[in-house]
Design a protein around this ligand. Structure first.
Ligand SMILES: Cc1cc2nc3c(=O)[nH]c(=O)nc-3n(C[C@H](O)[C@H](O)[C@H](O)COP(=O)(O)O)c2cc1C
Length: 383
């Protein structure tokens, strides 16, 4: 390992999680679960990483028990897994057992696609997509395929109170199912423009009732979901919340323009009992606000007092979005990661694509061995 990076490879305790090192596999959609049921290869895919020193895995986004949770989205897809029903839960139990046998921990990312789901798709095509204010978002900023945009651009009916209550109940049922299947915590996908984030963002949430308006009201759904998941699991069951400023509708979007606004948005989620924030940025070290070089994970930790995961570009020369268009290579940037972590800016390090390229990325980095090269095709494979 490169000198100065030892801190990343030592055991640590973050909240209730005792971990062998600081690396967390970031959630990555796989679409290898026809009818919502993970295929046999899914268990092997996660187990391979756990066997190679990935101490904590956050799964791909998994649809919650609500008919509009998952369908086709920006990059296609349609074989998303779900966290309900006997067949899917049996497969998840096998996934969890495999990771545990290999000495790892695994947390499912509970997902509701909300506005991003193409209406008329998914396992219940007749159910309308869930949108806080009926709109998908500003149509002129998105870097999404034009045929996708055509299918989501028409406004639909905003969610009603009863529909919001049904969604919250669906998250709670899925959280209870996940705990019963043996998972080590719950991760809520509160980022990237999907349902929870579409309530947090002023461009998609134009509501004037208790679910919209001021920042703490825009955070009400997120907070209610944390409360519901807590009630459906246990007081000490780790709950992680993924937060981002960027969205699929607009990479440059910001829910919060200033640290004060960020604090107003996140405080209700903290008070609801979240344990850990997974802070999704394109580049983990990018300054979040003018006038400071602190990253978004650093700000979230400072403002909430909760531990954070930093993610974005670890082990790679380019961020996810630019990697589609520009040559990208594997690179060892762990010295910068370690420097910031040692200063207390964040607690854990999310690794996405590097672990798709090479399941053994963590242990190879520890041993100073060369890792597999970058291949764009790995984004869509279950190797
Ligand atoms: C193929 C692929 C699928 C992804 N799916 C998800 C997902 O289901 N949920 C999520 O929160 N982020 C998802 N992401 C984003 C990653 O979790 C991560 O934040 C991003 O890739 C940046 O980290 P990296 O630079 O280490 O890859 C996905 C990324 C990739 C490459």
């Amino acid at each position: 390992m490169a000198s100065g990076t030892e801190i990343l490879f030592r055991p640590c305790e973050v909240g209730a999680l005792a971990l062998p090192n600081r690396f967390v596999m970031a959630p990555m959609t796989r679409n290898f679960s026809p009818d919502g049921i993970p295929s046999a290869g899914v268990a092997d895919y996660y187990r391979r990483r756990a066997e190679a020193e990935v101490g904590l895995i956050v799964t791909e986004g998994i649809g919650v028990d609500h008919p509009a949770a998952v369908g086709r989205e920006t990059m296609g897809g349609g074989a998303s897994p779900v966290m309900h029903g006997e067949a899917a839960l049996a497969r998840w139990r096998a996934v969890v057992d495999g990771v545990h046998e290999a000495g790892g921990k695994i947390i499912p990312q509970l997902w509701h696609q909300g506005v991003i789901r193409v209406p008329g798709t998914g396992y219940h095509p007749d159910t309308p997509s869930a949108r806080p204010s009926g709109i998908w978002g500003p149509l002129d900023k998105a870097m999404v395929p034009p045929d996708y945009l055509e299918q989501v651009r028409e406004p639909t009916a905003p969610l009603t109170e009863n529909e919001i209550a049904d969604i919250i109940a669906g998250f709670a049922r899925s959280a209870a199912n996940a705990r019963a299947a043996g998972f080590d915590g719950i991760a809520l996908h509160g980022a990237h423009g999907y349902l929870i984030d579409s309530f947090l963002w002023g461009e998609t949430n134009l509501r004037t009732d208790r679910w919209g308006g001021a920042l703490p009201d825009r955070a009400r759904l997120a907070a209610e979901l944390v409360r519901a998941v807590r009630a459906a699991t246990a007081p000490d069951f780790p709950i992680m919340f993924r937060y981002s400023q960027w969205k699929l509708q607009d990479y440059d979007a910001r829910n919060a323009q200033t640290p004060d606004e960020l604090e107003s948005l996140l405080t209700p989620i903290v008070e609801a009992g979240v344990d850990l924030f997974d802070v999704s940025t394109r580049v983990f070290s990018a300054p979040a606000f003018d006038g400071s070089d602190l990253s978004l994970a650093g700000w979230v930790k400072r403002l909430t007092g909760r531990p954070t995961i930093a993610v974005g570009g670890v082990g790679l020369s380019r961020d996810l979005q630019s990697s589609f268009a520009q040559p990208t290579v594997m690179t060892n940037n762990l010295s910068l990661v370690a420097e910031r972590l040692a200063k207390g800016e964040f607690d854990l390090v999310g690794v996405g694509r590097a672990l798709l390229m090479d399941p053994q990325w963590v242990c190879k980095m520890r041993k100073g061995e060369s890792v597999n090269p970058f291949r764009l095709e790995a984004y869509g494979s279950l190797d």
